[in-house]
Design a protein around this ligand. Structure first.
Ligand code: 3HC
Ligand code: NAI
Length: 678
């Protein structure tokens, strides 16, 4: 059956798309739309048209899998021009998400009605693009440049209510009566001259007040830093006010084509599919029966425990949190409340939502209160003996069939599982700090972890808004394991004469939010030092000995002012120089290129080893980990995709030039001219 069909209801022709899963606008759908409009125009008894979709959503955009291939059938822009030109009114009936090309279809229709739960947006920017079927020209003409800017440049969808408020939606209709309500609405428009978005004039707000473009650039600063598409989006929206419609469309095409052929778009489209691929676990049926998780236990209310708990509370899942001492428990619960209250102050939560979340939190000093939890996550001190003791206790107390997870950063999950009588119910759930904010969840699959346990964790991660990737058991798993060689090189370069701020700056320029020494200052230079404050073996020990514990005390590698601005410190330069002299290291100038290569290539090499050992299922999972857990710039696609774009032969040559090890898989792929991805 064709993916687009028509139904005639008296004088209304309804064009229906059914192209699961998301009604992407592939060639057949575009052709179907054109055929549908032609049918309406050639049938005299038809007086109005409704376009709607079957399945879970209105068109969710262009078919991304067609990108980069020769265009088949009518292009979307042409199809939409034909649609808009119709002299019979055309109504878009929207449910689910009208995104990208889907939003552009709606904009080309003369009217738009939507159910209350619908969302509408232009997320192209998240794929490194701007809308390419005149969305940047029609939208501002309908809602004004000011309202169009965030939609085009940031790309978050708006609710039906918001869309109605800005004039993007003409009417909100019944949640369960879209088809009928849209036809009734269409009937009311018969005989009226169809309003065409391309002829709208709301875009003149940007002409009257051109400052809105610069203001928007300023406000968006950090969010769009390094990305090419947002600037193109701003220019396109601006053009919508300054140029004729036809010239504006030509401008959009020029900007779109430039982006489409660039590496950022390729990288971001790679990431789109990588995130979805990471949800799939090789060899496990995605429809496997899951373990219901109705109540979660957390052990330890420190830095991580509290944040981990918040994820579940926010998703409406009751949490019991257990600590050793009243004081630690009170402090932990206090931090959770304070975090929620701060969110409420910023208007991102209501007071009621804060109370609702807190009302399903049960603080406790007794392990017995964890007995009926379906999942318990341990976030106590990072020490194998402590973890073993805790898991032995949990295994005895927590009901059979419940999952026991550890948030350990480095320790061996199999060794922890071995102290229980249920190793198949044990796995690692490695959250990142701050755990209520960071998107990544590394799910560590133990040797004996059961399939349903793993899949339950995977599905649960989506429910709490995390992006998950599965790792095998190895020290540091995927993320921290790759961080180690980077840190090693960063330290080594200081000994050879590089300035630590230069090392940080190279990573900032690459697109990371911070460099390795800024990261040390933020996390605390003193982690692990207080146990043995007499010891001065490393440069870090020496910094701690003079009280340079990190940002929390106003000084670490850098001196910090009140506004947390950093300046390199003479005292630190002195300490580093002394250590370098003691190590007998010759000092030399180290170029930015060398710094970048020595920081990043060893990470790629470690990634290759992780793949070689089967610790990651696929190269793209590694990209998902580094983009979501460590701020690797999305527009480069993650470490493995980035290495592909650099060229694996170049990466190998770079590693050899700096006398660094090369993994067999990396060497092999480079010599065959292969890539990690594709
Ligand atoms: N093209 C091709 N495949 C798509 C797709 C698209 N636009 N959108 C989603 N899919 C696929 C996914 O890859 C996934 O495939 P899989 O099951 O094989 O892994 C499947 O559809 C289901 O997607 P999700 O798992 O993401 O389903 P959700 O229900 O969680 O989310 C969604 C649905 C909100 C629609 C989400 O898929 C999404 O955001 N899609 C992308 C929307 C988008 O970016 N549209 C703009 C495209 S660019 C464009 O339109 C250019 C135009 O201006 C010319
Ligand atoms: P933390 O020291 O802030 O908190 C640990 C808490 O556990 C303390 O409040 C302590 O009182 C409590 N605790 C200790 N033994 C306990 C027991 N037997 N029963 C109940 N509570 C007990 O430590 P943090 O940073 O939260 O780390 C916890 C775990 O998370 C560690 O395994 C760590 O490696 C891991 N992790 C830490 C990250 C970080 O950035 N801090 C990131 C990811 C993982």
């Amino acid at each position: 059956m064709s993916v687009v069909t028509t139904e005639k209801h008296d004088n209304i022709l309804v064009i229906i798309s059914n192209n699961p899963p998301v009604n992407a606008l592939g060639a057949a759908v575009r052709q179907g739309l054109v055929d549908g409009i032609n049918e309406a125009l050639s049938d005299e008894s038809v007086e109005a048209v409704v376009i709607r979709c079957d399945g879970r959503t209105f068109f969710a955009g262009a078919d991304i899998t067609e990108f980069g291939k020769p265009m088949k059938g009518p292009n979307l822009g042409e199809a939409l021009d034909q649609l808009e030109a119709s002299n019979k009114p055309v109504v878009a009936a929207i449910h689910g998400t009208a995104l990208g090309g889907g939003c552009e279809v709606a904009l080309a229709c003369h009217y738009r009605v939507a159910v209350p739960s619908a969302k509408i947006g232009l997320p192209e920017v998240k794929l490194g693009l701007i809308p390419g079927a005149a969305g940047t020209q029609r939208l501002p003409r309908v809602v004004g440049a000011e309202a169009a800017l965030p939609m085009v440049v940031i790309g978050n969808p708006v609710s039906a209510k918001k869309a109605h408020g800005i004039g993007l939606i003409d009417k909100i209709v019944g949640e369960d009566s879209l088809a009928e309500d849209a036809m009734a609405f269409a009937r009311e428009q018969i005989g009226k001259a169809p309003p065409r978005s391309s002829e709208g004039t709301a875009n003149q707000d940007g002409v009257r007040n051109p400052a809105i473009f610069d203001d928007f650039r300023q406000q968006s600063g950090r969010k769009i830093r390094g990305f090419d598409a947002p600037e193109a989006g701003i220019q396109a929206v601006k053009a919508a006010g300054e140029m004729s419609y036809a010239d504006g469309v030509a401008k959009e095409r020029e900007l779109f084509t430039k982006l489409m052929t660039g590496t950022q778009a390729a990288a971001m489209q790679h990431y789109f599919f990588a995130e979805r691929a990471a949800n799939k676990i090789d060899g496990i049926d995605p429809k496997i029966d899951l373990i219901p998780i109705r109540k979660v236990g957390i052990l330890g209310a420190g830095t991580m425990g509290g944040g981990i708990g918040m994820n579940f509370l926010s998703a409406g899942i009751p949490v019991t949190i257990v600590e050793l001492k009243e004081e630690a428990l009170d402090r932990g619960v206090g931090v959770i409340r304070k975090n929620y209250e701060n969110t409420a102050k910023r208007g991102r939560m209501t007071e009621q939502q804060v109370e609702d979340a807190m009302s399903i939190l049960t603080p406790s000093l007794s392990y017995d209160d964890l007995a009926d939890c379906d999942l318990v996550i341990e976030a106590v001190f990072e020490n194998m003996d402590v973890k073993k003791e805790v898991f032995t206790k949990l295994d005895a107390i927590v009901k059979q069939g419940a999952i026991l997870a550890s948030n350990t950063s480095y320790l061996n999950i199999d060794e922890i599982a071995a102290v229980t009588k249920r190793p198949e119910y044990v796995l690692g759930l490695h959250f990142f700090s701050p755990a209520n904010v960071m998107k990544l969840l590394e799910i560590v699959r133990g040797e004996k972890t059961a399939d349903d346990v793993l899949m339950t964790a995977m599905k649960l991660s989506k429910k709490i808004g995390k992006v998950a990737a599965v790792s095998g058991v190895c020290p540091g798993f995927i993320g921290n394991r790759m961080l180690s060689p980077r840190q090693e090189q960063a330290n080594a370069m200081l000994m050879e004469g590089a300035n630590y701020w230069e090392v940080d700056d190279v990573l900032l320029e690459f697109g990371f939010p911070m460099g390795p020494f800024q990261m040390s200052d933020l996390a605390g230079v003193d982690i692990g030092w207080h146990r043995d404050p007499e010891r001065i073996e490393t440069m870090r020990d020496a910094l701690c000995a003079v009280g340079r514990w990190g940002q929390k005390v106003g000084k670490g590698f850098y001196d910090y002012d009140q506004a947390r601005q950093r300046t390199p410190a003479d005292e630190v330069k002195q300490i580093i120089a002394e250590f370098a002299a003691k190590a007998g290291k010759e000092q030399r100038e180290i170029s930015k290129d060398e710094i970048r290569e020595r920081l990043l290539y060893p990470m790629v090499n470690e990634g290759a080893k992780i793949l070689e050992e089967g610790m990651a299922q696929r190269a793209s999972d590694i990209d998902v980990v580094w983009i979501n857990g460590y701020g690797w710039p999305l527009y480069t696609g993650g470490p493995m995709f980035w290495a592909d774009t650099v060229g694996l032969d170049k990466v190998v040559a770079g590693l050899e030039k700096h006398n660094l090890p090369v993994a067999d898989m990396l060497r092999d792929k480079a010599s065959k001219g292969e890539k990690f991805n594709g």
